[in-house]
Design a protein around this ligand. Structure first.
Ligand code: ADP
Length: 381
């Protein structure tokens, strides 16, 4: 019969018994090498890779327990199955305590050997798969670090020529009278808008690599979401008033406690508030609501705007990284018009943040009328 895979070494001092066990293993489809005693077995293990060692416990030169201990020391990945008579079953128990996978009682039954070897083979495969996953994980972490490094270096390298460009632009602006020619004024406006757009994109990229680290190391704790909403409201008030957009806070009267990473949740609310600011025209209105819904045992954080809205068929797409609803022409004008700056990752970050605290997000939107983004978090008791 063809070999089933694991490399087996059979250690048995009695030649006849050894031969009969070897034939049994072959009948079961396993290929095996043999050794006459523990010492011989250890030498063979050093010379070739084995997955399973089946060893007698009662042997001259070096007994089975000693052989087991030495194998586990030299090659801990090898699974050891011990064989012993009923009379010396205590030895088998000691062997299990010292790391043996299982024991087989002598005289051995082919059915029992088949079951034990099959279990052992499965365990070896499971360990192998685990190791593969662990290696893959290490590789992914390395690649992630490389990506972070790449972003850091790229943003740093691009920042220098941009700073030069910005410097010379400002020098020219000081030396000419923009208002003397409407065309010149327009061109200068486009130039400064574009330079700012590139600076904002670099900031977003830099921010993105910092975010990756923060999300890997998130720490959840219990806190009142009222405090975070108040903080975001305070931060953004000036920006909204600069654009002549009403910005209200509608807090919850009682504490709305959740279990999340406060810095990350704040980041999520800031992203949504920034979008509301970006995609709402002057004279519009944005409201931050906080509601405790006892029936659902949830805290709802809602960011409602009267902005441009999102077409229904695009709503699912906006959570994909780098997706932006507006086409390039519209978006580039919107970037200056709606205070610019995104690269289409804000909402994917929000979704990633919510996955760390069993949160969800829902959107209701009507083009031309406005959008409401709702974060739903479980109430922490
Ligand atoms: P960014 O804002 O950087 O483009 P986001 O991931 O935050 O990226 O948003 C993706 C897209 O979803 C935006 O480009 C915009 O088209 C749309 N969007 C998000 N929030 C709003 C909103 N409040 N109103 C209208 N459109 C929005």
């Amino acid at each position: 019969m063809e070999s089933k895979g694991p490399h087996i070494l059979l250690i048995e001092d009695e030649p006849d018994v050894r031969e009969s066990y070897l034939s049994m293993l072959n009948i079961l489809g396993y290929d095996a090498d043999t050794a006459e005693n523990g010492m011989d077995g250890l030498q063979k293990i050093m010379a070739k890779n084995y997955d399973i060692v089946i060893t007698d416990l009662n042997m001259p030169v070096m007994n089975g327990l000693e052989t087991l201990t030495r194998i586990k020391k030299k090659a801990p990945q090898i699974e050891v199955i011990v064989m012993t008579g009923y009379a010396t079953i205590d030895n088998a128990i000691s062997a299990m305590k010292q790391g043996a996978f299982d024991y087989i009682t002598k005289p051995v039954s082919i059915e029992h050997v088949k079951i034990v070897l099959s279990k052992c083979h499965q365990q070896i495969e499971a360990h192998r798969e685990n190791k593969k996953l662990r290696d893959l994980n290490t590789r992914l972490s390395e690649l992630n670090e490389l990506k972070d490094k790449f972003i850091t270096i790229t943003t740093h390298e691009l920042r220098t020529p941009l700073a030069v460009l910005k410097g010379y632009y400002e020098l020219i602006e000081m030396q000419i009278d923009r208002n003397s020619d409407p065309d010149l004024d327009e061109y200068m406006g486009i130039m400064s808008g574009t330079i700012q757009e590139m600076i904002d994109m670099l900031d977003s990229m830099h921010d993105l690599s910092n975010f990756d680290k923060a999300i890997r190391e998130y720490k959840n704790t219990e806190f009142d979401t009222n405090s975070i909403l108040e903080a975001v409201h305070k931060e953004f008030k000036v920006l909204f008033s600069q654009r002549n957009i009403a910005f209200d806070l509608n807090p919850e009267n009682e504490p709305a406690i959740v279990n999340a990473d406060p810095a990350l949740l704040k980041r999520a609310i800031r992203e949504l508030t920034q979008n509301a600011l970006k995609f709402t025209d002057e004279n519009g209105k944005v409201i931050l609501h906080l509601k405790k819904i006892p029936l659902k045992n949830k805290v709802f954080i809602m960011i409602e705007d009267t902005g441009i809205g999102i077409p229904a068929h695009k709503i699912d797409l906006i959570f994909e990284p780098f997706y932006e609803v507006q086409d390039v022409m519209y978006h580039s004008s919107s970037k200056t018009g709606f205070m610019g700056g995104g690269i289409g990752v804000g909402l994917s970050l929000v979704r990633e943040i919510l996955s760390t605290c069993s949160g969800e997000i829902a959107v209701e939107s009507t083009p031309g009328k406005g959008s409401t983004f709702t974060i739903m978090l479980p109430v922490s008791q």
